[in-house]
Design a protein around this ligand. Sequence first.
Ligand SMILES: *Cc1c(COP(=O)(O)O)cnc(C)c1O
Length: 396
Amino acid sequence: MASLPRKHLFDLPEGVIYLDGNSLGPLPRGVAERLERCVHKEWGEMLIRGWNEAQWMDQPARVGNKIARLIGAPEGAVVIGDTLSIKVYQALASALEMRPDRKVVLSDNGNFPTDLYMAEGLLRSLGRGHELRTPPPEEVADAITEEVAVVMLTQVDYRTGRMHDFTAITQKAHAVGAVMIWDLAHSAGAVPVDMVANNAEFAVGCTYKYLNGGPGAPAFIYVRPDIADTVRPALSGWLGHEAPFAFDLGYRPGRAVERMRVGTPPVLQATALEEALSVWDGLTMAEVRARSIELSERFIREVEARCPDLTLLSPRDPMARGSQVSFGFSESYAAIQALIERGVIGDFRAPDAMRFGFTPLYIDEGDVVRAAEIIEDVMANRLWDNPAYKARSRVT
Ligand SMILES: *Cc1c(COP(=O)(O)O)cnc(C)c1O
């Protein structure tokens, strides 16, 4: 475990304990310099030649390969682009085309709302009488029946960190003939994921959380290699075409997962992400996970011993929990604001969760204990009880 933490690879402000890398990862050190080069040397000097000379056009697949390693996917099975909401839509649209005779999409009511919103919009515009079912997460496995065309779930719950049984659910979906889509938004870079062993058809995720790609960094999509040459993309943009620069009037899907590209890639954002991914060099997810469990177990112990008013919302069993810990408290919004002012950055999720992410790349045991001391101070001395902390900002 000697290689963790790697705080020196991050540009974190002095005096801050950053427990929100599950929402927006911090700035890795090399990124600013790499972006500077991309702007001046590539965009500035190469101009249009950058597409070839700086290999901007290959970047979505190149960066996809770096992410593939972190989710147990083979080379050539992942591309980046767009936002996660768009990638959810693409995966679901292609999955539904694989099961034209079935009309049910199964998700759960703990899913991140945009996944459900995108599904609703897609099903409405298909106009073929599909139904979106959202039972509670604990009831999902039993709701996987032969009516289900697609099971679309987020592995780690964004509020509580609760984890679905990744293997059992995929197996059940396949046993009834349904297509499986996993959203790895809170898994990629947080918990070990093995897409090859899991055998799900699709996975999607974002890169600005545990992968530290920066605000608005592009999302990723994985398509299982054996079906990648037959899935039909609904967002059939020119850069997912077999030969974009032939400018044919008819669409022919590109090779394998490349067909999930849509339009011009966000080169600056992708460059930031590409550089940010180098902080994972030489690390295994097993190592990260082991440290993450140690840190979150310590955090739970410290906070429960110090703060009787907080109730654990996350699963107590670390194997059933992702890389975050949430506590419930009636004034959790104000408590989080009080903590932020004292250098402990977590966040609030409606209705009452105080959420803390554990990212062993730059958080260590000392940070955990110090954070628990500050939380104790805020709780024991009611420091949250201040009108300035109760006015809600647009982004919580
Ligand atoms: C963070 C997150 C999103 C965000 O979607 P964007 O389109 O990138 O804004 C979507 N789904 C899940 C499950 C998330 O955790």
